[in-house]
Design a protein around this ligand. Sequence first.
Ligand code: SF4
Length: 351
Amino acid sequence: MEKKGTLEINSISLEALERDFVEMEIPKYRAAQVFRWIHKYAAASFSDLKNIPGTLQTAPAAHFYISELTPMAERTSADGTVKYLFGLFDGQTVETVLIPEEDRVTVCVSTQVGCAMGCSFCATGHAGFVRNLSSGEIAKQVEYINKSSQVTNIVFMGMGEPLLNYGAVIGAIRLLNCEAGIGLGLRRFTISTCGIVPRIYQLADEQGQVGLAVSLHAADDQKRRQIMPIAEKYPLEELMAACRYHVRKTRRRITFEYVLIADFNDGLDDAAVLARLLAGLNCHVNLIPVNPVGGTCQRPDSKVVQCFARYLSQHSIPTTIRRERGLDIEAACGQLKQAAREVAHENTRSD
Ligand code: SF4
């Protein structure tokens, strides 16, 4: 069995790995070779590093270990969407979804095991929070899939609230952006949040090229609090101020996700409040007919959804109704996996 070090090599940047290699008296250029095996080819073991001499595999293996991400299940939808279940080193599991299309391949990744946010319509929220994923564990979801399908877009929209694992998410973006690995452009990434206000400001200041999607789901505080506990902490006035700041600072269009729940937030009066809230903002709305969780809410009739969308469009709010993807494989974990497709379209358009 391979000897294991104590540092997770998948989470280490190329620059830090080069420094470590120099300290270990391994030629610096070997770091880029190892980084490539880890991130471009998703190596599972140091013995997989084919162009690295065996003697040079032993030293890294004594210091580092490679993140475990074991494919446990894979389900392919009739529309080509694939849902993966990956096992982690501690027996926990995460889901990742691949959404292939003619001109792009989007991966929807998880950032936490479970989620503490408790949104009422979300299966992940019902299960509660277990732990954060490391940068390496987040990046490896993409790297595993990239071995067979060349990935073009990433959305942080799977299990977990990405902005509550900010450092690891930004670390994963840097790993995936690095030319020695997959080398994906920063504008190909979108972070989806339920509205962690201070981190939205931080993202605008530090990561201007990364796209932002905000789960709104109701345009008044009272209704939003009923389905999203985070709304108690960050009311809409604060959330929208952060969103406006993000748009001003990054000059990028922001996406708002809006889950439509029958007889709760799907009326034309709700659409009117939403249109007023978003008036004048460079944004786009994704409408998502709810995928009922535990019979607590119902999906609106398609005519109601069309009316809601039409109202927004007539009031100059660019709006898309979610095209269902992967329903037959229950790919809508966290309710928002299908949002990945529209968000990827948005960001490809604004490249
Ligand atoms: S919708 Fe997102 S933020 Fe809300 S509980 Fe589910 S995973 Fe967490």
